[in-house]
Design a protein around this ligand. Structure first.
Ligand SMILES: Nc1ncnc2c1ncn2[C@@H]1O[C@H](COP(=O)(O)OP(=O)(O)OP(=O)(O)O)[C@@H](O)[C@H]1O
Length: 217
């Protein structure tokens, strides 16, 4: 479903190239839940950004189903994020002026993929029924992240990408949020790639890969 071959990416720092990704190969199957770890600065966020088309690669290929992400123009990458990718970040990134209910359906409505039955199921499974009229600032971190996960999954994405999704949560809340995410990913059959610094959480997914010296080990 996600297939990455020989992906490379450099940045320029003080006029010198810094080779962050040096030939990354990675496959994630539909329904597979994969943890990505690696030391700070190893390029985990960079890899997620390239998969999401938020930045361009220097070389190599990213295929999402039959779509070659690395060959898409900017408009195609934006459409990819809107229609086929769920993105979850450490900072939740909810829209402050929208209620929980509207945050949940926002991406799906823009993508023309709002499905009332699925919307209702997400609300129930994520335990958000009593919070629908609240605004993000009126929620705890764990509640905000449950909304962000619901928003990302509302489009029934092909792939859910999460960058340290539990990094701002205490251990018990992190466990709860990740358990819900694992179940919902299984329910949708999408792929799931999660960056984490926690080996404990990484061990709860189907597979654990590490980024080291620019490659996946
Ligand atoms: N836009 C950029 N311009 C220049 N250098 C960058 C840019 N983005 C990332 N880098 C560099 O690329 C390297 C990898 O950064 P990245 O954020 O992908 O690492 P990471 O593994 O996600 O780190 P962390 O675990 O600390 O979040 C770092 O050396 C970083 O300074």
């Amino acid at each position: 479903m996600l297939s990455i071959q020989n992906l490379s990416k450099s940045f320029s720092s003080a006029g010198e190239p810094v080779h962050v990704l040096r030939g990354v190969d990675l496959d994630v199957r539909a329904g597979e839940r994969v943890a990505l770890t690696g030391e700070s600065g190893s390029g985990k966020s960079t890899l997620l950004h390239l998969i999401a088309g938020l930045d361009g690669a220097d070389g190599g290929k990213i295929m999402l189903e039959s779509l070659e992400v690395t060959a898409l123009p900017d408009a195609g990458r934006a459409a990819l994020r809107r229609d086929r990718l769920g993105l979850v970040f450490q900072q939740f990134n909810l829209i402050p002026s929208l209620s929980v209910e509207d945050n949940l359906s926002f991406q799906a409505r823009i993508a023309g993929r709002h499905d009332a039955a699925w919307h209702g199921e997400l609300i129930e499974r994520l335990g958000l029924g009593k919070l629908l009229r609240r605004y993000p600032e009126q929620l705890s971190g764990g509640q905000q992240q449950r909304v962000a996960i619901g928003r990302a999954l509302a489009i029934k994405p092909s792939l859910l990408l999460a960058d340290e999704p539990t990094g701002n949560l205490d251990e018990a809340t992190a466990d709860d949020v990740l358990a819900l995410t694992r179940d919902l990913v299984a329910r949708t059959g999408c792929g799931f790639l999660m960056v984490t610094h926690s080996l404990r959480l990484a061990a709860t997914l189907d597979r654990h890969v590490t980024l080291h010296a620019g490659r996946i080990t």
